[in-house]
Design a protein around this ligand. Structure first.
Ligand code: ATP
Ligand code: MG
Length: 429
């Protein structure tokens, strides 16, 4: 048994608090908390989730002096519990007794195996020092603890984001799978874009998605959206990325070719980078190409997590206008399919979309656009996947070469002007 001596009540805020999580029919896990009075309800649920990964815990209980169980479901109720507990600690001290840990009893709302709504949550508080790893008390089988403790450490080490530190502001847009918000990250002072997707999936799948997303930390390219972290809360995942103040390309009207050329260079470089990591984008389209007033162009929403793609696809089925014919007809997806979507994405801002699987590939009218541009698009949209340019051919294409001059001012000025126009049309806020 682990006992802990606490100091006098006024100094308790600085004291370590031991919470004993009682496990039904098997024992208990002691969890040492270094700043007990600041502890939030969801912090406790998070740790219970690590200790009892199979259960869906939505609340817990503690016992009052008469042995009656009191349920805790909110921060308010947490406060009441802690103040009750600290008063009992004081009493024990005054009487010269040993200080007992705070015992809590997790309450599962559904039996294990059923739909998980309070699953894995990552980084409940910034920094790993807030929660010490749970310490096993006598009666818990040690291998189950080892697993939860190791998992907890791993989870706490990944990413810096958690729900409490984020203040949601405007809605940037709705997609098929979720909603994107502009948000403020309090500890860093950064503005983020947070994509929230509802997913009714098991804890196992949640974990798989989190581990698949880890590759995003390694993505380091100025043509790929920066990734800050992701976390699950209940049945939704929040994915935090860099905010791009120019938004996505789909909202821009006709883009002049000298601007579009520079954008295309960035997109080709972004795709080439992803392909070099063996990642297929799988969703190349104007709404997944973001620009900012600094003239940067970045790709987002690429299919880095197969499980995330599958889970979203289960809820939202369908094809879109940018999908390659072989994909629509259910054949194998490869780099070539990304190349098709690249081609058609750059046709659309020119409002020439006319692509149908069984008809001839679309062609841009010569005369209105430069010959290299028309050739580039036409090559990307060859019906036969293998006839489309390979990554190095894309980079070496005259249209790309022509605009590969690193001139971000062109894009920057165009984004700034377009935003200015939009603002003046909307009038004063
Ligand atoms: P789909 O769900 O089919 O991919 P979509 O790309 O339009 O469609 P979301 O990915 O949910 O949908 O994005 C919604 C909108 O949010 C986008 O159209 C874009 O304008 C905006 N957006 C997304 N990410 C960012 C970001 N990092 N910075 C600024 N705006 C963003
Ligand atoms: Mg998107």
């Amino acid at each position: 048994m682990l006992w802990l001596a606490l100091g006098p009540f006024p100094a308790m805020e600085n004291q370590v608090l031991v919470i004993r999580i009682k496990i039904p029919n098997s024992g208990a896990v002691d969890w040492t908390v270094h700043s007990g009075p600041q502890l939030l309800f969801r912090d406790v649920l998070d740790v219970i989730g690590q200790v009892l990964p199979e259960a869906t815990t939505t609340a817990f209980e503690y016992e009052d002096e008469d042995g009656d169980r009191i349920t805790v479901r909110s921060d308010e109720e947490m406060k009441a519990m802690l103040s009750y507990y600290y008063s009992t600690v004081m009493e024990q001290q005054v009487n010269g007794q040993l200080i007992e840990p705070l015992q809590i009893f997790p309450r599962a709302c559904k039996p294990p195996g059923e739909r998980n709504i309070h699953g894995l949550k990552v980084n409940t508080r910034a920094g790993p020092s807030q929660h010490a790893s749970p310490v096993v008390s006598d009666s818990l089988p040690s291998n189950s603890l080892k697993k939860s403790s190791a998992e907890l450490k791993k989870i706490l080490a990944n990413g810096q984001m958690n729900e409490q530190d984020i203040r949601y502001r405007d809605t940037l847009g709705h997609g098929n799978g979720g909603t994107v918000y502009k948000a403020y990250h309090v500890p860093s002072g950064k503005i983020l874009a947070v994509k929230v997707i509802l997913l009714d999936i098991t804890l196992e799948l949640q974990k798989q998605i989190m581990s698949e997303l880890e590759i995003l930390y390694k993505c380091d390219s100025s043509y790929i959206i920066g990734f800050y972290g992701a976390f699950f809360v209940e049945n939704r995942i929040s994915i935090c990325t860099e905010f791009m103040d120019g938004g996505s390309l789909d909202v821009y009207r006709k883009i002049p070719e000298h601007v579009l050329g520079r954008i295309a260079v960035a997109v080709v470089k972004g795709l080439t980078y992803l392909w070099s990591l063996k990642i297929l984008h799988r969703d190349v389209k104007p709404s997944n190409m973001l620009v900012n007033t600094g003239g940067q162009v970045k790709l987002c929403d690429f299919g880095v997590s197969t499980q995330l793609v599958n889970s979203i696809a289960k809820t939202y089925v369908g094809t879109n206008a940018y999908m390659a014919p072989e994909r629509i007809s259910g054949e194998q997806y490869g780099i070539h399919s990304d190349v098709w979507s690249l081609g058609i994405s750059f046709m659309e801002p020119l409002q020439l979309l006319q692509c149908i699987v069984d008809e001839d590939s679309p062609v841009l009218p010569l005369g209105e656009f430069s010959e290299p541009f028309v050739h580039f698009i036409t090559q990307c949209m060859r019906k036969q996947p293998k006839e489309r340019p390979a990554p190095e051919e894309l980079m070496g294409h005259p249209f790309i070469v022509q605009f590969n001059d690193g001139n971000s001012t062109v894009v920057s000025m165009w984004v700034c002007r377009a935003l200015e126009e939009r603002r003046s049309q909307q009038g004063p806020p």
